[in-house]
Design a protein around this ligand. Sequence first.
Ligand code: NAD
Ligand code: TYD
Length: 347
Amino acid sequence: MKVLITGGAGFIGSHFVEYVLAKYPQAEIVNVDFLTYAAHPDTVERLSVLGGNRYHFYKMDICDPNIKNIFKKHAIEAVVHFAAESHVDRSILDPQAFVRTNIQGTQNLLQVARACGNPRFVHVSTDEVYGSLNPSDPTFTEQTPLDPNSPYAASKASSDLLVIASQRTYQQDLVITRCTNNYGPYQFPEKLLPLVIANALEDKPVPVYGDGMQVRDWIHVVDHCRGIDAVLRKGKAGEVYNISAQSEVPNLVLVKKLLALLGKPESLITFVGDRPAHDRRYGLNPQKIKSELSWNPQVTLDDGLKQTVQWYQVNRSWWEKVRNKDYFKYYQENYQPKTATSSEVQL
Ligand code: NAD
Ligand code: TYD
């Protein structure tokens, strides 16, 4: 099968590329990524070495209608759409970038897919579209109404609605996954886990927002990839599938677990001001994907955290490369979201 992956140079997308290359020896992957700050500079090279002639990479904006040339050239049979602006704190500072990539980019892909043979299309979404739970609330199901609080969550909810509308209006072969907070190797060190680990390894303060009692539901990134694979192969068009390992933990507890694994003192914890509209609790019910698609998570939180901490300890140069000021200066000066012209698209 020829699978087009958007955002395959990012955290989850790059794991999915690796997962598919290893699991399906016949699969061919076409990775379309605009290489924003969130794509580590080493990822494209690493994946192309892994993929050999079964792997093709295009630096391209998902908002660009010329993406259809890639669909046609490679006779794309399936799409897994990861590309997004993904960090809540950035969405509070610059919502426009989120509207552009997450909403307009998704709509562009839906139109291109429709014009190019209507391949199976998995839209990778998030539990954050459901909003926030109180401590005693039951977990979110696929029937829970959308109630996003951050610009990031609102942009993802909007893209979900566009996907649902395209499926209903044009009978496109579309499926949505909504997953909980991922952790694992290769996560950009702005998200909680890699940020805590990197700061602690450098003996810097570890920032905890508000009282640290916000609850997140954690899943190892490879379990998420297994879930997406199950939905890609067996999911029913027009359906939403929640993906969760049911590992709800308050942030402060998680941070303390990480510090213990690192052998670092809890005195590094520094309480800082809270995020505006900070969701108090996420918790997702995965019963549907478990019973209908026989998916089950395989990595326990304790094993996954141990493996993840070790990876960041061993691969220090990976995160150091993207934590220095020059890296961000480069992107501030050079990353202006724009649509590539046809002549810039190398096919
Ligand atoms: P990430 O920020 O690590 O990677 C996003 C990738 O998309 C980057 O490689 C970036 O270069 C690319 N990209 C951004 N804008 C683009 C554009 N306009 N055109 C083409 N490529 C573009 O994100 P992630 O954590 O890997 O998340 C991937 C997807 O999974 C997102 O859709 C996110 O909403 C969803 N998701 C993430 C989590 C999580 O915990 N990280 C949980 C549930 C769902
Ligand atoms: P994050 O990794 O940004 O994921 P999300 O906001 O999508 O859940 O944050 C996870 C949780 O950790 C969230 O409740 C915010 C909190 N947090 C901190 O307390 N300190 C930090 O430095 C960061 C980045 C997040």
